[in-house]
Ligand binder design. Structure first.
Ligand code: GLC
Length: 435
């Protein structure tokens, strides 16, 4: 275990680019939003300045309206990524910073709970405390942006308009809504993907999906990333489980931190009072016994079992009956010889244990589910989730994601996607450091 922790630390040091961390070299050469949050959780165990620097540099990309972009392009010389800063052209929005350049969409709001984790792990550390006071208003600003612009009808649940915002890029969840998009190929700009020349194409999204990602990006750009126009026009508008659960979890963390440091938390408490019950009432699916995402455009829920529903445990959203159903689901997968927890329903014809978000195991998701299960005292299942991740990393290395079927995994030497991956290293390091 000591060797594993040492390797994790080495990866995080290597991926640190003098002020921020890349998720992995080649495939993702910039700073990614929620990746950075998890990365900070690993960095704090060996260099608190890294962890603070990570979050500071991430928030240097925050827009005037509070939005925190999903990619911060700290270097304009790095040309190997698509879509790069020039394709996003985020400065069509006057509130986007000129420097650093950024993308025009966001990602899950992990920062509130990450900050609370840093404070909990090092309660006496003065540097973390003064950093917490300084970054607190910026995180609140981000949450305010979510509730103001991504919940225009004041329901208590926020929407996404691009699958990349959900962090689960090509999950089968989005298929139906994405398939509704009819592309006029005379209007779609020509583009050249880079990901498939770095990672095997059968582990990546398809061309059909990628065309639609670019279509939605263009729609945002055409609207100057103005949320009102996007809300009116986007064919893809979804209230996602993971996005909302993470926001609710971070609301709670902000309330706790705010109280600790004497900030006014009234506004956050109001969001929370509306959001939490709305989540369990609107997103719970009685037939599937899990939480499901809601398609605002089609006005119906999307009935799939997948990992976003399980993230609700970490935000303590489920009641005890719902939590038991989620725990049973995980236990059943374990008994059926799956690593837990695959990102998508293993019994669905859409399940693909190799392709990105359509089935593999994702380390940062396991980290959240592990802590969620502990909150409900499902210690046995929590142990399985933790030891599965540690086993995968020990056998296959610190990859981006992993084969979820144990029989198939036994035949493999490595994981999937990018190697020497930052959030994998960070989450494992944090789990290994647990008392
Ligand atoms: C992929 C993942 C996304 C992550 C990014 C960088 O796009 O789907 O969640 O943030 O890679 O690791």
């Amino acid at each position: 275990m000591e060797k594993l922790a040492a390797t994790a630390q080495e990866i995080l040091r290597k991926n640190w680019k003098d002020g921020f961390t890349i998720p992995t070299s080649r495939l993702y050469p910039f700073q990614w939003n929620w990746d950075s949050g998890f990365t900070a959780i690993g960095q704090c165990h060996f260099d608190i300045d890294f962890a603070i620097g990570e979050l500071e540099s991430l928030f240097s990309g925050q827009w005037e309206n509070g939005m925190l972009p999903h990619i911060i392009f700290h270097s304009q010389n790095e040309k190997t990524y698509f879509p790069n800063y020039d394709f996003w052209d985020a400065n069509v929005n006057l509130g986007a910073p000129q420097n650093p350049k950024t993308s025009g969409i966001t990602q899950p709001a992990v920062h509130g709970f990450i900050l609370e984790c840093l404070l909990e792990r090092f309660p006496e550390n003065q540097k973390i405390q003064s950093f917490a006071k300084q970054i607190f208003p910026k995180i609140v600003n981000l949450h305010r942006w979510f509730y103001k612009y991504r919940d225009p009808e004041n329901e208590g649940l926020i929407f996404i308009f691009h699958p990349w915002e959900s962090g689960r890029d090509n999950s089968p969840l989005w298929d139906e809504s994405m398939d509704r998009i009819v592309i006029d190929y005379n209007e779609l700009p020509s583009y050249k993907r880079r990901d498939t020349s770095i990672a095997p194409s059968d582990e990546r999204p398809t061309t059909h999906q990628y065309d639609r990602y670019v279509y939605l990006l263009q729609l945002g750009k055409k609207n100057k990333y103005d949320e009102k126009g996007i809300f009116e026009e986007s064919p893809f508008l979804i209230q996602d489980t993971l996005m909302n659960a993470v926001l609710i979890k971070s609301n709670q963390s902000l309330i706790n931190i705010g109280k600790q440091f004497g900030f006014d938390t009234g506004e956050i408490e109001e969001w929370q009072q509306q959001a939490k019950p709305k989540f369990s009432e609107k997103l719970w699916n009685d037939e599937l016994n899990t939480f499901t995402v809601f398609d605002l455009r089609a006005n119906h829920s999307i009935p799939h079992k997948e990992i976003g529903g399980l993230s609700s445990l970490y935000a303590e959203i489920p009641n005890s009956k719902q939590a038991k159903a989620l725990n049973d689901y995980l236990q059943n997968l374990h008994q059926r010889n799956f690593y837990v927890c695959p990102s998508f329903d293993v019994d669905s014809p859409l399940f693909d244990s190799k392709r990105y978000w359509r089935g593999p195991i994702w380390p940062q998701m396991n980290w959240m589910i592990y802590h969620g299960l502990k909150k409900y005292a499902y210690e046995d299942t929590a142990k399985i989730v933790k030891s599965d991740l540690i086993e995968l990393v020990s056998k296959h290395g610190f990859y981006e994601y992993f084969e979820s079927q144990k029989e198939l995994a036994a035949k493999l030497k490595v994981g999937y996607g990018g190697g020497a991956f930052s959030w994998t290293a960070a989450c494992v390091l944090d789990l290994l450091k647990e008392a």
